[in-house]
Design a protein around this ligand. Sequence first.
Ligand code: ADP
Ligand code: MG
Ligand code: MG
Length: 880
Amino acid sequence: TQWVYSFGAGRNEGRADMRNLLGGKGANLAEMASIGLPVPPGFTITTEVCTHYYANGEQYPGELQAQVRAALARVEDAVGLKFGDTDKPLLVSVRSGARVSMPGMMDTVLNLGLNDATVEGLARASGDERFAWDSYRRFIQMFGGVVLGVDHHRFEEIIEGVKLDRGVVEDTALTAADWKTVITGYKEAVQEATGKPFPQEPEAQLWAAIGAVFGSWMNQRAITYRRLHDIPAEWGTAVNVQAMVFGNMGEDCATGVCFTRDPSTGEDIFYGEYLVNAQGEDVVAGIRTPQPMSKLRAKPGERPMEDVMPAAYAELVRVRETLEKHYKDMQDIEFTVQQNKLYMLQTRNGKRTAAASLKIAVDMCREGLIDQSEAIKRVAPGSLDQLLHPTLDPKAPRKVLSKGLPASPGAACGVVVFSADEAELRAREGESVILVRVETSPEDIHGMHAARGILTTRGGMTSHAAVVARGMGRPCVAGAGGITVDYTAQALSAGGHIIRAGETITLDGATGEIFIGSVAMIEPQLSGDFAALMEWADKVRRMKVRANAETPLDAETARKFGAEGIGLCRTEHMFFDPERIGAVRQMIMAEHETGRRTALAKLLPFQRQDFHDLFRIMAGLPVTIRLLDPPLHEFLPHSDAEIAEVANSLGVDVALMQRRAADLSEANPMLGHRGCRLGISYPEIYEMQARAIFEAAVQVAKETGAAPVPEIMIPLVMTKRELDITRAQVDRMAAEVFAESGTTIEYLVGTMIELPRAALTANQIAESADFFSFGTNDLTQTVFGLSRDDAGKFLPSYVEKNILPKDPFVSLDVEGVGALVEIAAQKGRGVKPGLKLGICGEHGGDPASIQFCETVGLEYVSCSPYRVPVARLAAAQAAL
Ligand code: ADP
Ligand code: MG
Ligand code: MG
């Protein structure tokens, strides 16, 4: 078996696509070397050695030692140095490298091969004594820390002691002699901590470092990281051993890390940092201030590499082009310059923000590096969410109150409220509110929904508030520990400021900042790159994308984001308006049909106006309107005062009203008197709604000359008979309105498939339906037998323990719920080939669920307005 793969100096046994065997770092070192980039030679010990090691009682494969020796000999030949040689010693770095970059793994050890004798050789060969002893002390420090486990503070104390003695501040002011003193101290520290002298034998150093890399695969940090990120232990890590190049040999040497484009904006500009006369991790360690790469990014007084080392910089610019041409993606690279010669030490696809990801994909497509389909695939649909929210105007004045975690993107401004109920109440009155809580729980959902933004003082990026806010597209700042919330006093305080309920604050969910008062905002940029990518996506997707919307504002937002219709207008949301709730309560509290009809007559003009506005905004695009669905229970007056008010308006006494309220209350309303069951018990409700729809449609047809096509949806149907009865009501109202107005328009009547029985008998139901819309929220509830409102208390732990792969209310459960969707689609189309099929649950905005909808061949997905672009891109990816 080949356990060791060489790279560099003309022998490249690995390739980029061998990352499983060689780890990401090793595979890309080989790839870079094979496309002619200057990579110091070395070799990779495969991940299979790691697996073998753990499968065999921590023993290496028998052939390993010989293969390592042979590979090392090749490196010696290539660079003309010898490992352990006292005149011309070869030094190497030992670097870990798993398939995916993994914090928790052993840190890199540089300058391995140095000892009391070889350091003298290095000093003579380089003619630089200071450099040699600095390298040696770095080696003892790194090896002592990461391989021998000596507390790094010990080493720092020793350096500090010597600096104090010499009266200097900077490391660079220490001489060779000073470093020798440091090294004496280091060796004593190692002896003290390990009971043994610092290992002098280079071969022993090498195997100890290799062993430490494999050992670190099973350390607690790495195990925890793997568990959190679903990385199997079987993957193992590789070890890279590579000839050293030196960035610390003088002023013509440097080391740096950079991105081939700006990872936060995506701009086509070299972005990164470098340090002259430095080695390895000095750049990130913060000992000295790193300098920018490009002149364009240099602030006054900074020394960009472009000016300081023009030749090496020019070489790096060529490398950058080669890399991007080759990998066809933005790269994150590490390099070292030794005496003006550039060496590449690492490359990988760079991490980037959502904005950068979009810009880079579109730019690279325009540059001809990738085609449109590739550009579409490059952008994670979910990340678009971040780009669709308002942001603070960078020029606007602001006063910072405090700072927390940037938990959900977007900026929001509103008055402070301290409870979910208050948030809902004030929002209903048209106020913009910011919900402030110590932390949130599932009971706060309605308030979070009503709020423009959410602020918590406790909890992290995965706290309830953060997760829910991201899901809802609400800006959120979480865990702002500098703020104290006093619920009793209805005030929050931070840094001497007190903000009371009703006063205004502004949140920036992208930075975590909280501001006093309101800060001017700018609307998201939906033109430019965003529009370009969307246009490409629209060309390739098959499914249409509609929005769930009921207010004119939602409908307008949906259109702005490219919705091709409304897939779900929940009419009950229209009933909570303070102007209407009174009539709604009169209607449900009335004991007889006449009383209900009187109350419904008051609601009719409101409903007609609602639909009129929606039809106007949607301008001929399909609008699916769901007739009343929730249990009447939800509209009941709660307080005695509310009950008294309804009693008064109906002219009956309060006791009677209380009895009626008690009658209507249900133990399990979600499985109770709701959906079409209401329409069957009280036909006048659906009649009023159908009349409002048709009158509005006729009116808009007359006003605009273009007739809307309403799609009327009957909720929660479990049998064909239910649909027949309710459909007849709708058809009768249509006939009446068309006769009255002398205008006839087209319309469809369909149903939501949201009960298992409906899915299983879809062939019967389809006979009476023009369309099906999969209501996967209720379908998930009823398939799992889980209440969506309560499951939040234990579902996260189910996901954590891997009992469920994902929260089924967030991402459609393909195996169970999905199976029913497929059955229903098949049975429905079996009797009616042209049956229109769509989905309108939360899942309609979830990329993985959209992928599933494509495989079932649905005609459209419908999601919340802010998710529309996400869905457009996801639908395109699904179609590719
Ligand atoms: P990490 O995964 O933490 O980035 P690396 O193995 O990439 O660890 O090493 C960190 C740094 O060490 C590199 O950025 C590079 O500057 C330096 N380094 C590693 N190998 C060598 C080498 N052979 N010669 C010079 N510097 C090296
Ligand atoms: Mg590291
Ligand atoms: Mg690195």
